[in-house]
Design a protein around this ligand. Structure first.
Ligand code: F6R
Length: 595
């Protein structure tokens, strides 16, 4: 959700800024802009993708600068609303990720002081506030400006009068520093830095960073220096490249056997220690989007394996819900570990006195600091905006949590735990079996890519999988897709079925098979084509449905993993046939750092 990069070094900043900004394009692509310090501060910006900005860049030789790729919140995507912004005298350039909540009153006040605004954004107040406070030292001016603001932000700022310096600051929006040899970087996320350094400093909330070619200083908002040890990043540059695949999404779908294997290997060392789950009497899973769907699957898993009552809530709802008296263990799931709603929910859970566990793929992400314990999914870097491998890795993480909790609570015998672990270890192989069918699944997706609407149905643990299938389909292909529990179709949605409305049904051989087949019969009676996902060896399915994709036989609880891989492939190939920008779907961004 908006990406920022900054550079202070000895090389020309512009190519480095553009190259690293491109690796953050998944965070937003409504507009892009760059500022480089020369004799004066030069800004170039425009609406649209970074490639569009790149095509119009003049030669800029400065060695300090910043750049921004935008996901619009306040103000439509346009050149005027693109970051960075100048102050009135065009000496300062500022880029921002987040939302300044009290911008309207600040804007009125600044206008009354004679400042001229050129955009409709909340961000522009920041640059005028810095201008107003500036008395020869940029970090002091930023500190004073931020003291006036409420909201969330990561900002990067340069000033023509201090040409060797870039100042950045953070409050609730992610920001990291990359350390090089006589050159230093800031960025919203790790991929921007992979080509340049593997040594990073994580900037915390309410901290300011002063970046110069040969030094990095971190200050708190009172101006006191803060000591911070650098950390090594383990992801490589290859992780941030497409590696022969046409899209990151397809690469990441195919990485799932490895991602699941790694998540299983990682286990949960932190949580394994000291009986963290022993006194747990109930669980609440809290997340957004795809992570919310993983949580819905997790409810079935925790209730069945650990025999613990579990509820699931959207993070954006949980934050503002009335406080109940019970204090469940709150498990927060977030691929990025930076989703604003999920971080807010983590704080709220702590405020309510609940124990918290974060499950995230974002090493060193904010969620790891907002929760008592962290369990990492080890899916590797995910760049495609649609979550794929991190979803199946989250499912695997939840199976592991359920096993540990079942053992800690005495609800699961060591023998049953070992049996389930063995079956988990077979999942990468089962997922590979699904991936091997990518070609026939692609044919099927192409055949129905012209549909206007689609339905996904499932029962029990596969109902949330249907929800995830529908989400993947709509966000990537723009086909309107809805998910229903199989039994719910007859309570309304059947009215929408026509021979042009494909219905994708999870009809695996689990405890709900017969009931699902009844629902498939209802669909057949309305003449809608059915694409069924069934279990290998189930020979009767083709008699009832137009198409079948088979997944390997697993225990009921594990079907969500192979079935969701089928859905990812269906969405991917449908989107491809429709010519959609798969890795950058319209209006979306990965890592939603605003509420
Ligand atoms: C959909 C998707 C989003 C995210 C959601 C939460 O494919 O990726 O729905 O799942 O924005 O993001 P995280 O998991 O990073 O908190």
């Amino acid at each position: 959700m908006c990406g920022i990069v900054g550079y202070a070094g000895y090389r020309e900043a512009l190519p480095i800024l553009i190259d690293s900004l491109k690796r953050l394009e998944y965070r937003g692509y409504d507009s892009a802009g760059v500022a480089v310090v020369e004799d004066s501060v030069k800004i170039v910006k425009d609406k649209g993708y970074i490639a569009n900005l790149e095509s119009q860049l003049p030669q800029l030789r400065g060695v300090v600068g910043l750049a921004h790729t935008r996901w619009a919140t306040h103000g439509a995507p346009s050149k005027d609303n693109a970051h960075p912004f100048y102050d009135c005298r065009e000496k300062i350039a500022l880029a921002h990720n987040g939302i300044i909540e009290n911008y309207a009153e600040l804007r009125d006040e600044l206008k009354a002081h004679g400042h001229t605004f050129r955009s409709q954004t909340d961000t522009e107040v920041l640059v005028h506030l810095v201008e107003q406070s500036y008395a020869g030292n940029l970090e002091d001016a930023i500190r004073k400006a931020l003291a006036r603001c409420t909201g969330t932000y990561a900002i990067a700022v340069v000033h023509a009068d201090e040409p060797d310096k870039l100042v950045a600051a953070r409050n609730f929006s992610p920001l990291i520093v990359g350390l090089g040899a006589e050159e230093n970087y800031v960025a919203s996320d790790v991929p921007a830095l992979l080509k340049y350094t593997d040594k990073v400093l994580y900037v915390m909330d309410r901290e300011i960073v002063v970046l110069r070619p040969k030094s990095v200083q971190i200050l708190d908002f009172e101006g006191r220096p803060v000591a911070r040890e650098p950390q090594r990043i383990t992801w490589s540059l290859e992780d941030a490249e497409r590696g022969g695949f046409d899209h990151f999404m397809l690469k990441e779908i195919f990485e799932q056997p490895q991602a699941i294997h790694n998540t299983l290997l990682g286990r949960m060392t932190e949580v394994d220690t000291n009986g963290f789950f022993q006194d747990v009497t109930s669980v609440k899973l809290v997340a957004c989007g795809t992570s919310y769907h993983a949580s819905l699957v997790g409810k079935y898993v925790l209730e069945e394996v650990a025999k613990v009552p579990t509820t699931v809530e959207l993070a954006s709802e949980y934050r503002y819900a009335p406080t109940p008296t019970e204090q469940p263990l709150v498990i927060l799931l977030s691929q990025s570990g930076e989703t604003a709603d999920t971080l807010g929910a983590a704080r709220e859970a702590k405020r309510r006195g609940c124990k918290t566990l974060g499950i995230t793929n974002g090493v060193g992400s904010s969620l790891t600091r907002e929760t008592e314990r962290t369990m990492y999914t080890r899916a590797g870097l995910e760049i495609g905006v649609a979550a794929t491998k991190t979803f199946t890795a989250q499912l695997v993480a939840l199976y592991l949590v359920a096993i540990r909790m079942g053992l800690d609570r005495g609800a699961l015998s060591p023998e049953d735990a070992n049996r389930l672990r063995d079956e988990l270890r077979a999942l990468p192989r089962h997922v590979q079996t699904v991936l091997n069918q990518a070609d026939p699944i692609a044919d099927l997706a192409r055949a129905y890519a012209g549909a206007r609407d689609m339905f996904f149905i499932g029962r029990g643990i596969n109902y949330p999988v249907a929800m995830e299938g529908a989400l993947k389909m709509k966000e990537i292909s723009y086909i309107h897709a809805e998910a229903y529990a199989g039994g719910e179709l007859k309570h309304g949605p059947l009215a929408l079925l026509t021979p042009d409305t494909p219905v994708v049904a999870v009809t695996v051989r689990d405890r709900n098979y017969e009931k699902m087949m009844g629902n498939v019969g209802e669909v057949n009676a309305r003449g809608s084509p059915v694409i069924a996902v069934g279990t290998e060896g189930g020979r009767d399915l083709p008699r009832f449905v137009e198409h079948v994709v088979y997944v390997p036989k697993v225990r009921d609880l594990l079907y969500p993993v192979p079935v969701s891989v089928v859905f990812q492939l269906l969405a991917y190939y449908a989107a491809r046939k429709r010519g959609c920008p798969i890795d950058k779907p319209r209006n979306l961004a990965k890592t939603v750092t605003v509420e």
